[in-house]
Design a protein around this ligand. Structure first.
Ligand code: HEC
Length: 175
């Protein structure tokens, strides 16, 4: 499956859309050790479970992070319009090409149907080192449902593992 995604990335879109349309998703489970992941630029920690990430989003915990300058068309996935936010650990890794990222690196991608914010896609580095098991993924297209969640989530890995050596980070540039 994964090598098929690498060769034909569009397949990932079809799989994501198909899963949305049929109303199912995938949950590969939380990392049981990810109970105090330091994601805040001020050191704030979260539990990288479905509920822990949902609470962080609803509290707007990422809103002070560095963000893309405007809501823009999505490159090839993640719906129509998007805006990504990056915490300092994520930014420092990308700006300095220092990989793998450190535990607590996190990106939140807001998903828009103009003009409304309706969902979030999230990546959190929950374990040290490299590999699929070091990232927890989360995506909702309308809370309270979180159809895609978990460590090494296969849907997210389908594209994000083709990272060109940037520890699963796909955006072409960070702000
Ligand atoms: C069809 C391919 C594809 C799939 C599947 C996919 N992504 Fe992405 N994702 C991208 C691309 C391409 C970017 C960078 C361009 C952009 O920001 O639109 C990106 C960017 C992101 C970002 C911003 C950080 C970064 O890597 O640049 C997050 C967070 C993210 N995706 C989360 C997820 C989650 C969670 C899932 C699984 C539910 C997922 N993605 C599945 C292609 C994909």
């Amino acid at each position: 499956m994964q090598s098929a995604f690498r060769r034909v990335p569009q397949l990932g879109v079809a799989v994501v859309l198909g899963a949305w349309l049929s109303g199912c998703g995938s949950d590969s489970g939380a990392d049981p050790e990810a109970v105090a992941v330091p994601v805040g630029n001020d050191g704030k920690t979260i539990t990288a479970s479905k509920d822990g990430i949902t609470a962080f989003l609803q509290q707007g915990g990422y809103l002070t992070w560095t963000k893309e300058s405007a809501v823009h068309d999505s490159v090839r996935s993640h719906g129509g319009r998007v805006r990504s936010y990056f915490n300092d650990k994520y930014l420092q890794a990308r700006r300095g090409s220092s990989f793998p990222m450190t535990v607590g690196a996190m990106s939140v991608k807001e998903l828009y149907k103009d003009p409304s914010l309706y969902g979030y896609a999230v990546a959190v580095k929950t374990r040290a080192g490299s590999g699929a098991e070091t990232w927890t993924w989360y995506e909702t297209t309308g809370l309270p449902d979180v159809p895609y969640f978990g460590v090494a989530n296969p849907t997210c890995e389908g594209c994000h593992s083709a990272d060109s050596g940037r520890d699963r980070s796909l955006t072409a540039t960070v702000p």
